[in-house]
Design a protein around this ligand. Structure first.
Ligand SMILES: Nc1ncnc2c1ncn2[C@@H]1O[C@H](COP(=O)(O)OP(=O)(O)O)[C@@H](O)[C@H]1O
Ligand SMILES: [Mg+2]
Length: 145
């Protein structure tokens, strides 16, 4: 399969939101988007934009204490994971992650690198990084499909 890598520059929260929104408009059921990047880099901002692109209007926040939050009002379900606090991969089994990864909707996983042993081979990788030389609000968004 062809490797496809795209690098986008974001200079504001709004730009990151819009980038994710556009991506979601093209998203298909069964896709898994893996979000990586340090705390405070914009993974949740990205998720909010992604949700908007699916037509989800309700407020989206990080499901840190529940691991997964499901939004069903968009054109397909959004399974939003934040696995930052996971200590054992068993916790993913317990919440029935496979129904989400291989289900009718699209998954977005914050801190996906922490559960790499269970990520589907064909997942899409999104890395968000700061580069302070380019300004405090600058983020480089690398999308690998
Ligand atoms: N270009 C940008 N893209 C995304 N967020 C930005 C950007 N510039 C500044 N921010 C700020 O960075 C923070 C990102 O927070 P959040 O999305 O919760 O991070 P994470 O989920 O990665 O921990 C927000 O306060 C947001 O306003
Ligand atoms: Mg977050």
């Amino acid at each position: 399969m062809m490797e496809n890598k795209q690098i986008l520059d974001s200079f504001s929260e709004k730009e990151t939101f819009e980038t994710a929104k556009q991506l979601a408009e093209q998203a298909k059921a069964g896709e898994v988007y893996c979000l990586s990047g340090d705390l405070g880099v914009g993974k949740t901002v990205f998720t909010k934009g992604f949700a908007a692109g699916l037509g989800i209007c309700e407020p989206v926040s990080s499901p840190t204490f529940t691991i997964v939050q499901i939004y069903e009002e968009g054109r397909m379900p959004l399974y939003h994971f934040d696995v930052y606090r996971i200590e054992d991969i068993e916790e993913m089994e317990e919440i029935g992650y496979e129904d989400c990864f291989y289900g009718e909707g699209v998954c977005l996983i914050e801190w996906a690198e922490l559960i790499k042993e269970i990520l589907p081979e064909n997942c899409k990788k999104i890395l968000i990084e700061k580069d302070l030389k380019k300004g405090f609000d600058y983020r480089r968004i690398t999308i690998e499909a």
